[in-house]
Design a protein around this ligand. Structure first.
Ligand SMILES: *Cc1c(COP(=O)(O)O)cnc(C)c1O
Length: 241
């Protein structure tokens, strides 16, 4: 069921990403698609892998860990099934669970507070590889959203850049749930501008990734410079849970 659906939706979505990139004068290959499988069974992941998807996203660490473990138990030896995915943790990470993310995920999209950064730094094993991470900024200003305010990002990013156990690869944001396309676009544009500003202000800021765009707004996000779109519903359908 997932396989049949994905064989239809995936080429459509890739085409739309490519068209949006072209409209903005960007290379379609500069945008990576992260398939967000939260709420879907393992079958969805296996279908995605079979269709060539290699970047998988989950918004809860426990679900990510469990799916990753079950998938690795199933995959034995080389062969088409052994395609190794990269795991993206895209949702809010509770501080007490922070240490686990280093083992579980290849990229943390949702470093959303200085306290979380400090916890990750303090609990990092000696000599560990730095955790690739994106800093989540609330560029929509909505109360309900996690993330640094742009002001806090400006004043606190330096401390994060100095943490040896974190490697800041860019920024992430979530657009408001609204029909107002201009508002969504502004939310994305602010993130891009904030990154440009950080690159000019901090010699040691090397972030290039912009994680923005979900099922409802990924084409706008690509037009505004997204390098990572996080897509669930448009690929897999409504979540069963
Ligand atoms: C669920 C989720 C997505 C995907 O949302 P869709 O609207 O289903 O594409 C993307 N990013 C985050 C952080 C999510 O929690």
């Amino acid at each position: 069921m997932y396989q049949t659906r994905l064989e239809k939706t995936l080429p459509q979505v890739r085409e739309r990403i490519a068209e949006a990139a072209t409209r903005a004068g960007r290379q379609p290959t500069s945008i990576r698609l992260v398939a967000v499988t939260k709420g879907h069974p393992l079958e969805a992941i296996r279908a995605a892998l079979a269709c060539g998807v290699r970047e998988l996203g989950e918004n809860r660490l426990g679900e990510l860990e469990e799916k990753r473990r079950r998938l690795e138990e199933m995959a034995d030896g080389p062969g088409p099934d052994s395609a190794v995915p990269r795991w993206h943790m895209v949702g809010h990470l509770q501080r007490r669970k922070a240490p686990g993310v280093r083992k579980a995920a290849h990229l943390l999209h949702s470093l959303d507070s200085l306290r979380l950064a400090r916890r990750l730094e303090r609990t990092a094993p000696d000599g560990c590889d730095p955790l690739p991470t994106l800093i989540q900024v609330n560029t929509s200003g909505e109360e309900s959203k996690y993330g640094f305010t742009p002001e806090d990002f400006r004043s606190q990013v330096e401390e994060i850049l100095e943490m040896p156990s974190l490697e800041v690869q860019g920024l992430m944001t979530m657009a408001p749930l609204t029909e107002d396309r201009d508002l969504i676009r502004t939310t994305f544009r602010r993130l891009r501008e904030l990154q440009e500003e950080a690159r000019e202000t901090h010699a040691d800021y090397r972030g290039r990734e912009l994680s923005m765009g979900m099922s409802n707004d990924y084409e706008l996000a690509v037009e505004e410079g997204s390098t990572l779109v996080r897509l669930g519903t448009v690929l897999f359908g409504e979540r069963p849970e």
